[in-house]
Ligand binder design. Structure first.
Ligand SMILES: CC(C)(COP(=O)(O)OP(=O)(O)OC[C@H]1O[C@@H](n2cnc3c(N)ncnc32)[C@H](O)[C@@H]1OP(=O)(O)O)[C@@H](O)C(=O)NCCC(=O)NCCS
Length: 161
């Protein structure tokens, strides 16, 4: 790790330049989530389509993307978008990851803080996201950052598990 981790807002050219690295980081994220969601696809084709979706959103409807850099290497990112929920405008975080070897060094908090500051600047009412109840470490991270539970997703399995 270099002395300084830095955060940068990423626009379309940045996402294009770092596209392969975004795919790799998304793969890390999904792999870490597979204990909770075994059916989650980490197939390269699926991840590529997801990242192409990000690029499309950056091109057409102003998705938010911030990157965390260690020197020139992209080591984490936060992808969010504006959404309307129960009559208020919010920033919804849809993908958020820091590479495993650099977790716990403050980069995730920096990314979350910069996204929150932008949501505040745009007069959004809140920042929200979905998080599995089984990822206790991540829940503790959000708890420290001031997030509280708002809704609860219920599931009844039909596959006998
Ligand atoms: C969640 C995640 C983005 C956080 O990024 P990070 O860089 O590791 O977090 P930070 O180092 O900025 O931690 C910020 C605070 O959370 C705390 N924290 C971080 N990881 C923690 C853990 N595993 N358990 C408890 N607290 C933790 C830190 O101690 C720090 O608190 P402090 O400011 O009081 O010291 C990162 O761990 C990650 O990518 N996890 C896997 C993917 C994931 O779960 N993404 C979110 C999907 S909803």
């Amino acid at each position: 790790m270099s002395n300084e981790l830095r955060i940068q807002r990423m626009l379309l050219p940045d996402a294009t330049e770092h596209f392969d690295r975004i795919v790799d980081l998304l793969q890390e994220l999904y792999k870490s989530q597979r204990e909770v969601y075994p059916s989650l696809s980490v197939d390269r084709g699926f991840l590529l389509r997801r990242c192409e979706g990000l690029v499309d959103h950056l091109r057409t409807d102003g998705a938010f993307l911030w990157g965390g850099f260690d020197d020139s290497e992209l080591v984490g990112f936060l992808w969010g978008y504006e959404r309307s929920f129960v009559g208020e405008q919010r920033m919804h975080i849809t993908e958020f990851v820091v590479t495993e070897s650099l977790r716990g060094h403050g980069l995730g908090r920096l990314l979350l803080d910069v996204a929150t500051a932008e949501a505040r600047r745009l007069n959004f009412s809140a920042v929200d996201l979905l998080c599995s109840v089984h990822t206790r470490d991540t829940l503790r991270f959000y708890d420290k950052a001031g997030f509280i539970a708002e809704r609860c997703q219920l599931i009844k399995r039909l596959d006998g598990e």
